[in-house]
Design a protein. Structure first.
Length: 357
């Protein structure tokens, strides 16, 4: 990859050297130097020697490191892009090196749940929404950083790494965070929009993963575009309904982080969540699939959380419930489809979802 004149620009940090972290690091490196924090010294040495990160070509402006202090000392702006399951612990480890001057814009499409000791997310568990935290809330809880944001959208990492055109949305309560995100990330092939609905954008990016699981299963069964369109449209309605219960605004679900990301992840074998659903429809078990995957399919964890919240709030989320039953063995993929086709949806759109509370 060719270098741009970045010597005068402030370095930016990325936490996480997985596929999406690598993709974002490469985009950022077109505009300024980038410190890439990874846990693996082997990865650091590989990037330094050959610009290779486990098969991903890395920009020459990327500086790999395993030292969180080095990252924080050199970078005022940091993009944490790490799996939700380890997000809180990783942020805790980073916290001693962060100051109020830092800005964090995460790219993690998951949520964090703090269950009472001894509790587990069983099929009947009733989960209070107050126990569910977005990644921006985790950052605020665990650090002294206050200027936070997130990026979300139809951002399949493989396509970004291949230089294909794409776009994302940076959401934050702070205009400064949105602008610095746009300035550092925007390239001729990557457009960056802004939003002040941080909660809505985060939740939209999380919930679409559940629908992507179902989309993969439909494709695995051999069904066509009519079935996919049915799933995406009904899935969007359910996302809005669940999202409102979590404090999201309807408009966030109509943008890049909502319907945009939903279309991408429900249509591409490059989506990890789609892949899980597809392989289950072909007869593999969830345990075997997850053991075989290099990176986390966030929808599996989101599914358990969404189901447990629905139990607590007493609302029906038929797609979420059915996908849960399929993944955890109560129904086959075909039985799940048959159930949804017979479910009594009597109206296309419930207008109350779009009315203020």
């Amino acid at each position: 990859m060719s270098s741009t004149n970045t010597s005068e620009k402030q370095p930016v940090g990325v936490m996480g050297g997985g596929s999406f972290g690598s993709a974002i690091a490469n985009l950022l490196a077109e505009n300024q130097p980038v410190y890439l924090l990874t846990r693996s010294q082997e990865v650091v040495e590989s990037i330094k020697a050959t610009r290779d990160n486990r098969g991903r070509k890395m920009h020459e402006n990327i500086i790999p490191t395993t030292d969180p202090k080095e990252l924080a000392d050199n970078c005022r702006l940091i993009y944490p892009i790490i799996p939700s399951a380890g997000f809180r612990d990783t942020i805790k480890q980073m916290a001693p090196y962060l100051t109020p001057e830092h800005i964090l814009i995460h790219g993690t499409k998951g949520v964090d749940v703090q269950l009472p000791e001894g509790d587990t997310l069983t099929v009947d568990y009733k989960l209070k929404p107050s126990l569910v935290n977005t990644m921006s809330e985790v950052i605020l809880q665990e650090t002294i950083v206050r200027r936070v944001g997130c990026l979300a959208g139809p951002n399949l990492a493989a396509e970004i790494l291949n230089g294909q055109p794409a776009a994302t949305v940076i959401a934050s309560h702070f205009e400064e965070v949105i602008k610095i995100g746009q300035q550092t990330l925007r390239t001729p092939r990557f457009q960056v929009y802004g939003s002040h609905d941080l909660t809505g954008v985060e939740i939209a990016g999380v919930l679409k993963n559940v629908i992507a699981l179902a989309a993969g299963a439909l494709s695995g069964l051999g069904f066509g575009e009519n079935a996919k369109a049915l799933l995406i449209s009904r899935g969007l309605v359910e996302m809005i309904y669940v999202g409102k219960n979590l404090g999201g605004d309807v408009t966030a679900f109509l943008g890049l982080a909502g319907v945009g990301d939903l279309i991408a992840t429900c249509s591409s074998p490059k989506s990890r969540n789609y892949t899980v659903g597809y392989r289950m429809a072909k007869g593999e078990t969830l345990t075997a699939i997850l053991a075989d995957m290099e990176e986390v399919a966030e929808g599996v964890n989101t599914l358990r959380i969404s189901r447990a919240m629905a139990n607590y709030l007493g609302y029906r989320a038929p797609l979420t419930e059915t996908v849960y039953d399929v993944l955890y063995g109560e129904k086959t993929v075909q039985e799940g489809l048959d159930y949804l086709m017979k479910f009594p949806f009597y109206v296309d759109i419930d207008r109350s979802m779009f009315d203020p509370d």
